[in-house]
Write a protein that binds this ligand. Structure first.
Ligand code: NAP
Ligand code: ZN
Ligand code: ZN
Length: 347
């Protein structure tokens, strides 16, 4: 076994603290990489606080993981020692269901293995995430990261990046489309960058008036403060797509009004509470309320290559691991500019 140091929550009511655990030895198809940076996703907070249900403790969060390869199994062909490597939200899947065969491992019908708070395919062994010094992953679930990109700022691409890239590609959002990004946090700011790169007219819908200058710097063409009824009303029937990244309860009915006929409201934000939806919000204008989960492995590599080509990374605030609780508090207040990334040298 490989002795590993991490930050773990022991229960949903305890704060993260130093925890030593073991990772498996490097198998024939495994890649081991030492973690240099790990992004902080709002999903980490939902899960350590037990907001989604079914949590497995102790929990080492973190699924925006980057570092350098230190060992490879003797059958590994994709990586060699010294390469940059990344892992996102998944570390395995059944590989045989129709979705896995189609490169949609995120929708594995037999149940994929998430990077943490999940079980390996043996249904017994818990997985532990990236708030740790090293990780062992099957090479099929390890991504290549370009040496051209700032490594710390590339970490959030592994979740915030793919989660916003995948739906924009699926719905073919691009030139001629009016895209609203709802919520300017970790996911939202990547949604703005990708929307702009794909040629859409991008509007940020935000509860935070003080984020307007940042939104425009990120490339947004318009900015609407959602708490101002006049501004919101002026956008009625305006958008083809809304990319909803909001982490807390909010009114879908209010935002569906902003869509054109046939418009699509895409949920990627995952509030822990159910929402009240009026059927009329969909009926009038033949609108769709849709959802999307991260992206498959091949698409994640495509996104990383797209980022290398277009020089897209996340706007980050680098933190020491013992500042994680403060970072969570700021995240809860919507005060993330625009992704916290842990410098794992501070572990
Ligand atoms: P984040 O950085 O905290 O950003 C969320 C943003 O939502 C905030 O910055 C804020 O933006 C807005 N917001 C927060 N509370 C709000 C409220 N009560 N009403 C309206 N707006 C509010 O979080 P994140 O890491 O981007 O994650 C966002 C959500 O996506 C989380 O629920 C996370 O679990 C989920 N997620 C889903 C997937 C997937 O595969 N579908 C993947 C990753 C994450 P403004 O200040 O601009 O209003
Ligand atoms: Zn995430
Ligand atoms: Zn499968």
């Amino acid at each position: 076994m490989i002795a590993t140091k991490g930050y773990a929550a022991q229960t949903k009511d305890t704060e993260l603290a130093l925890w030593n655990f073991d990772r498996r030895e490097v198998g024939p198809h495994d890649v081991q990489f030492d973690i240099t940076y790990c992004g902080v996703c709002h999903s980490d907070l939902h899960q350590i606080r037990g907001e989604w249900g079914g949590e497995i403790f102790p929990m080492v969060p973190g699924h925006e993981i980057v570092g350098r390869v230190v060992a490879v199994g003797n059958h590994v062909t994709k990586f060699k020692v010294g390469d940059l490597a990344g892992t996102g939200c998944m570390v395995d899947s059944c590989r045989v269901c129709a979705n896995c065969q189609d490169g949609l491992e995120q929708y594995c019908t037999n149940g994929n293995t998430l990077t943490y708070n999940s079980l390996e395919q043996d249904q017994k062994t818990p997985t532990y995430g990236g708030y740790s010094n090293t990780i062992v992953v099957h090479e099929d679930f390890v991504l290549h990261i370009s040496e051209k990109l700032d490594l710390a700022a590339a970490a959030p691409l592994l979740c915030a990046g793919i989660t916003t890239y995948s739906p924009l590609k699926h719905w073919k959002v691009g030139k001629g489309h009016k895209l609203a990004v709802l919520g300017l946090g970790g996911l939202g700011h990547m949604g703005v960058k990708f929307g702009v790169a794909l040629g859409a007219e991008v509007t940020v819908l935000s509860t935070s008036p003080n984020k307007e200058a940042d939104a425009r710097k990120l490339g947004a063409h318009k900015f609407i403060v959602t708490s101002d009824p006049t501004q919101l009303k002026s956008a009625t029937g305006y958008f083809d797509f809304i990319l909803d990244t909001v982490s807390a309860e909010h009114s879908y009915n209010q935002y569906l009004r902003l869509l054109k006929t046939n418009g699509v409201h895409i949920c990627v934000g995952a509030p822990p509470t159910p929402a009240a939806l009026m059927a009329f919000s969909l009926i009038i204008g033949r609108k769709s309320l849709a959802g999307s989960s991260i992206g498959g492995i091949a698409e994640t590599q495509e996104m990383l290559d797209f980022c290398a080509e277009h020089n897209i990374v996340s706007d980050i605030e680098l933190i020491n691991i013992n500042d994680i609780h403060q970072a969570y508090e700021r995240m809860l207040k919507g005060d993330v500019r625009y992704r916290f990334v842990i410098d794992m040298a501070t572990l």
